[in-house]
Structure formats: C-alpha cells, structure tokens
Design a protein around this ligand. Sequence first.
Ligand SMILES: NC(=O)c1ccc[n+]([C@@H]2O[C@H](COP(=O)([O-])OP(=O)(O)OC[C@H]3O[C@@H](n4cnc5c(N)ncnc54)[C@H](OP(=O)(O)O)[C@@H]3O)[C@@H](O)[C@H]2O)c1
Length: 397
Amino acid sequence: MAAASRTVSRALRSLAPVVQKRTLVAASAARATIVAPRVAVAQTQTRGIKTIDFAGTKEVVYERSDWPLEKLQDYFKNDTLALIGYGSQGHGQGLNLRDNGMNVIVGVRKNGASWNEAIQDGWVPGKNLFEVDEAISKGTIVMNLLSDAAQSETWPAIKPQLKGKTLYFSHGFSPVFKELTKVDIPADIDVILVAPKGSGRTVRSLFKAGKGINSSIAVWQDVTGKAKEKAIALGVAVGSGYLYETTFQKEVYSDLMGERGSLMGGIHGMFLAQYEVLRERGHTPSEAFNETVEEATQSLYPLIGSYGMDWMYAACSTTARRGALDWTNKFKDAIKPVMNDLYTSVENGSETQRSLDYNSAPDYRAKYEAELEEVRNMEIWRAGKAVRSLRPENQEK
Ligand SMILES: NC(=O)c1ccc[n+]([C@@H]2O[C@H](COP(=O)([O-])OP(=O)(O)OC[C@H]3O[C@@H](n4cnc5c(N)ncnc54)[C@H](OP(=O)(O)O)[C@@H]3O)[C@@H](O)[C@H]2O)c1
C-alpha cells in the first residue's frame, strides 16, 4: 500500500509541527483541512465527575483532578495498603502508590523472582516488604495482585485473614468465576476493583510522565457504604487518569474477550493469515512483513489511535480507501462468528478453566517460554526483527 503510505506521510508531515506544539484541540482544528470538523463531544461536569456522551450513551467518568495529592493522602492516612504480588501490576501500582506517599507494603513469596525484583525497586525486607501472610496481617486494604491462577490457589490461606479489611482486585476473574476459582468472598467485607486498561509497565510509565492510565472501577460488595469512593480514590492513587464505572462481571468478560480477540490473539491470527498468503503467492519476507505489520504499527494504527478510523481512511490514497471500504464487511462477516464463539467461551467459563488449569501447573513458565520461542522463530517475526533494525532510530549514526 505504498500509495497510501505516501499520502499518509504527506498528511503527517503537514500536521507534525502543529500536533507537536499545540493541544489535541488545535491538532483537530488543523486536520479539518483534510476532513470535515466533527461535532464536539458533549459533556457535563460536576467537580471531578463527568457525564460523557459516548456515541449516544451517557456514561459517568471520574477523574483524578477531584483527588489532589493532599486529599488522597488524608483519605488513606489511617490505612495500610498491603499489595500482594509483585508482577507487572504490582510493580506499577506499588511504585505509584509509594511515590504518592501512601502507606504501602508489598507481600510476596520470600526469595522468589518477585521478592528479588521488589528489593531492586527499593522495597526493604521487614520495613515495607514481607511474606504474603505477614503483609496481609498488617494491611487494612488487601490489594490482591497475584496472578489470577495464584489467587485461586492461595485463597484458602488468604480468606480467613480478611476480617475487617477491604479486598481489592485488578480483574474480576476470581470472584466472578467463583465456582471455578473457589474464591468465595466473605459477605462482611468491602470488595472493590480497579483494573488499569494497560500493562503495569504502562501504569508506571504514564505516571512518571505526569499522565494517568484509563482504568475501570467496580464494586462487588459494599458493606461500609464507602466502597465506591474507596475504589475511585485507590484508582487515582495507583496512577489512573480517568476511571470508567463498570461491574466485576462486565470487566472480566470484556477483558478476556479483548485479549483473546482484537488486542492480541485475533490480530496475531490476522497478521499470520495475510503474511502466509503473501509468502505462498511469491512475495519476499520483507515485502510481506512490511505490508502486513510494519506499515500497520508504524503508520496507520497510530493514526486510528490519535484521530479515529475515518481520519486514517481520509489520510490514505483513494485507491486504498476504495478497497478497504469494500473489504471491511467481508472481514467482519467472516470474523464475527468467531467473536461470538469467543464470547460464549468466556461467558460459560471455558476460558477461565483453561487459564486456571494451564497457569497452575508447576511448569507453566517453561511451557510459556517454549510457546513464545516458537512465535519468536516464526519467519514473520524473524523478518520483523530485520525490518526493525532498518528503522532510522535503530541505525548507527
Ligand atoms: N499484567 C497486566 O497487564 C494486567 C492488566 C490489568 C489487570 N491485571 C490483573 O492484575 C492482577 C495481577 O496480574 P499481573 O500480570 O501483575 O501478575 P502476574 O505477573 O500474573 O503475577 C505474578 C505474581 O503472582 C505471584 N505468584 C504466582 N504464583 C504464586 C503462588 N502460587 N503463591 C504466591 N505468589 C504467587 C508471583 O510471585 P513469584 O515471583 O514469587 O512467583 C508474582 O508476584 C491479575 O488479576 C491480572 O488479571 C493485569
């Protein structure tokens, strides 16, 4: 799609100085030279709570501006946040809480990979780094950031220690699928969720850049009448910018769907299908990779992310636009049944069972590594490595 790329590059070049120097509003105004300006998004605001019209459906969004640091610190002044597990989310949320001045401690298995990583990040054994049980005993809010399989495995030991505490999750997985996970939560505690919509590394990097990640919040049980407020405040404290209200069930269904579908599994499948056809029809690895992945990730997908699908279309050649518009529905019709199968498999617990079975096996890390090695060794991704090495930023000066 070279013609399209050229057009995109031209469009970007003409916008670049404006986008870099001004706000998104200014950038939107600038792109109005390419496409007609859109109607502004309707919103009403009462302090940090916004009602936003999402394509005709009004939803409430909470934002961190209502929780300045002093207010957050005051709100949690009598709390100890016991963050259990130090994987991707534990790292990001834990360091953000610490930098926000919260009284946060980490609980992980002694001398495991996470224990050592926590020490490298400045957590001190006996001061703010403990074994899981000890951390729980000290906490008023228990933030369960173990892997989802480990939450199920460790539940019999954790459950009796929760009396009088608030229980926090970053995924609805354990309570929603309680018949499978056996995470049956006592009825007398607040249970809340803050699920950042991104990896823990992004939770941390956005926080360090002075921005916040989007997160979902939800309440499973509100015993004190304060559960929702706690979820919002904790959402801000762990580094969220905007908080979208949902339920535990909707969060876990949509999350399992997304990662298996268009975010990861689906897009990988689509890349492989297109790459294989191009290769089978005589195209070189570099050409097949460039037309399947490189142009997508480097040129077109960022445009969708910044300005939307219509803008991406408008920035491409008329030839590209015509073909893409014609083929969209063929792809949608082919893929939608698979998406429906996937949703059913999420809803009926099959995906949860598979995840629990696989990720509880003692050798699950080695098995993953073997599967990832297979991906790494696929021709498409080896070709990708070579293509990336030729990007201007990766070339020796
Ligand atoms: N990763 C994401 O991008 C993301 C995004 C949003 C929400 N979430 C949710 O956040 C939660 C945490 O996910 P994560 O990806 O950060 O964690 P993870 O990497 O899946 O979990 C790792 C943590 O679990 C511990 N662990 C594993 N098995 C254990 C066991 N049997 N006993 C005690 N500890 C055990 C590990 O400790 P050792 O090092 O000692 O093994 C490590 O600290 C999950 O509910 C997940 O769904 C994740």
